[in-house]
Design a binder for this molecule. Sequence first.
Ligand SMILES: [Zn+2]
Length: 598
Amino acid sequence: WAAGCIAIILVCISTDSNSAISAITSQTTPSKEAKDASFHLYLFGEDRGVPAHVKADNDWFITYGKWLECFPIEMERASARGLVFERSDGLRVRWRVGTLEAVVGSKRIKLPRTLRVFNDRLHIPLKVLCKLTNTRFIYDAGQNAGYVCAMLTEVQLMPATNGWQLNLRLTAPVTYRIDRLSNPDRIYIDLHDAVINYPPGVLLERHGSIASVRIGQFSTVPATARVVLDMDEPLNYEDRTEFDDNKRATRISLFIEDAKAPQPPIKPSINNIELQVSDRDTVTGIIRVERAYDYTAFTLIEPFRVVLDFRNADFVNPVGVQQIPKNPLVREIRTGMPDIDSERVARVVFELHRPAAFRIIEKRDEGLIIVRIGKGGWYGLVIVIDPGHGGRDPGARSPVGMFKERLIEKDLTLDIALRLNRMLMYAGAKPMLTRTTDCYVSLQDRVAFANAVNARAFVSIHLNAWPKPGGNWGTEVYYYTPQSRPLAEAVHKYLIMLLQRKDNGIRRRRFYVVRRTSIPSVLVEACYINHPEDGRLLQDDEFREKIAKAIFLGLHDYFGVPWNLQLQGEEIVEDVAQHVASDAPTQMQPEGEAPNQQ
Ligand SMILES: [Zn+2]
């Protein structure tokens, strides 16, 4: 056995490349609005009949409705103004009516058409939606039918005990069929309502008794993508896919028995990963390791993950990707072998639905590493978010002429508050807002509200203004009671870190809302609305998202969710502990090099 001969092959297929079948999706129709009464729609194999729609601009504008549930997205918000949804790869898509672009993650993507309102109802251009959801639209002119299909984006062949594991990943759930053929011996997997987005042909060359792995588009209408394994002899196989109730899956796993596959290594090897759910609040991952090992444990966010990297180790039984259905904490476990600093590590990832506390217990004598994941310290706690001003009280404004449109504090504070609200909700806390619309709320009512709802923290969001426009800029955090100081410090730390504006410090002031609330309370002046650079940044969605995120992370720290985050490039990571020898104490390494993100 040599380290070099383990074969982990990952073929990532670009979702942007063109393929042969895109030719049949193009068509020429003059831009006019009409009904196309014979148009038939098939979504991932399901016949949806003739949907209510308006045909315009060479696309079918479909009304928002139940059919949208078929797409591999999680709808967060849908209104007459637009859509916000999360894609299957975890990226959030923001798409507004009237703008020829969408924001995917933090990237702006130009679109040929956009959301429109016909007869007071939001209509979604079908072909553009496919583009935004990494699915593929195929138009069959003969039948006047549209087919929305999944894309095959990943083909992976990994050694497993006594054989190989073939993993396929798609952008949406599909049904499939696995069978064998002879002369020559081969196994094929037909993926229904799926397309390859890659030139057909051989993807992987010889591995043990597997001569090659090929992909192709078996048919286009209906679309069937085919993956073929050519073999020297008829090998046994076992379908290890975890499919849903409708026998659909986005990840397909096939085990192929092969005596010529690489044998288990002599290096430290991770034999087994087991998950125990003791109750709804705790999940225990048990990792069995043979021989001496050293590892690093750390956390990543977006999505929240607990990661263990075992140096110079191998997996005997790679999990690949194992989803944990219906678990409130852990979404999936996966294993991989990324190169970190040109060294191969065996990586175990616990992907979480929300931040959680975790603890690692080592039982080296028994070769066990126990990862205990529990709910974080703020789960279900009420946190009051107070967007400053509102209604007849606009707050501060940028001077006429500084920007194209005047910036008004009450609008921006509400925008930031709603972003923070979403983050906290997603992370398991219970945020409550003193206002959710542009309305006037007195300071007395804001304080009374915070005291009445049994909140555990109060954050008032404001933007500052200097008497002379442009005279000052940067970030301040205010508090009054001594018990509020730690919260002010935590929020301030992340505002400075993320916004990178001038640090005007943490200040003790007798502001009404921080003085009269009985709970830890802070007032954030994120930056100056009447400063040219601060104001320019405030007009940017991403900057306001950063303000919300900084407050989120401050609260996160304050409530002792043990997720002491640091910035590393664009990713926020924590180097929890570096375990270098079996009896070395756990050391915090705040300045340590953080491992790469998986
Ligand atoms: Zn204010």
